[in-house]
Design a protein around this ligand. Sequence first.
Ligand SMILES: *Cc1c(COP(=O)(O)O)cnc(C)c1O
Length: 381
Amino acid sequence: MKFATKAIHAGVEPDPSTGAIMTPIYQTTTYAQERVGAHKGFEYSRTANPTRAALETNLAALENAKYGACFASGLAAIDCLLKMLNPGDEVISTNDLYGGSYRLFQGIFAKYGIVFHYTPMQDAAKIEALMNEKTKLIWVETPTNPMMNVIDIEAVAAVVKRGKAILAVDNTFATPCLQRPIDLGADVVMHSVTKYLGGHSDVVMGALVTNDEAIAKEMYRIQNSSGAVCGPQDAFLVLRGVKTLHLRMERHSQNGDRVARWLLEQDAVDKVYYPGLESHPGHEIAKRQMSAFTGMVSFSLKDDTTAAAHDVLNRCKLFSLAESLGGVESLIGHPATMTHASIPADVRRACGITDSLIRLSVGIEDADDLIADLHRAITEP
Ligand SMILES: *Cc1c(COP(=O)(O)O)cnc(C)c1O
């Protein structure tokens, strides 16, 4: 089956009890058993719930994998993955990554004796230099948030070599519609489902997907043992959101491209970060491993100050000033004081998050209206 068909049908069978075409919201904690041990595959909803199970099957299919697990948030999904490690194990991570992932690594797991190394993975040789027998996890985010750096997943997979360490990719920005890391050699894909997969800014959720049976066993064991599962109502909303993922990503990418090219021509704008631009250093790799370039666009101002950036944010009317991304409506944010404030200032600047850097989540409204809004915000005194 091709992607659009899977988005709509994978994991979603008519309900066996009524024929309902939409997976019902099984708002139940428990399931009556006929005799002790005789049940229909569901015993308790932390362990498994039919609405969540349909979504888990669907998300796994979209990534061309067998096993999926959904969690209460994207960070709860990463938390599950990190709990597969033991004290003393080492992780090599992208240096330019989602601020909350960094906070989870340094603020929570470092104190349990897990050691994190951060390196720019655009050069896969840098990973090789950090690898040793204690390396158990390679954490890749591509495109990165908010610098839109592109990491060559196949090149990283060639360095890591299957079986030596888990290669995990945070595929939140690209979604399986545009990029499928498992096909490129990754072992695990993680999603903040909150973003493009949900797509309507109404659910906080995370997911892990893998094709590796041993990893899957651990994933389900930790999901059930730690219990950070999502509820059935949220699973239903995401099942509905995913049905239009391919249509939304097409429009997000068209609008992202229009906005990025328009920004390039503005006098007040210094740099534009968008992998779809021919001038982007990762453009050739992005063209190879992605089928389009999303609605995420970052840019900096010639007046490189927090005040100048805040002025632009405050003047936008259609772009809502808000954290998060990936919904149908356009959002604008200031990484240094919002999403990435939990990263120390020197670390932040070293990876290019300057004081004037602005991040856009370009929605699926009419691009002319979006550009008019940005024009007003950038050029009005
Ligand atoms: C939002 C986000 C996360 C965290 O997900 P939550 O659902 O907010 O917990 C992780 N990675 C990336 C790239 C994100 O954008």
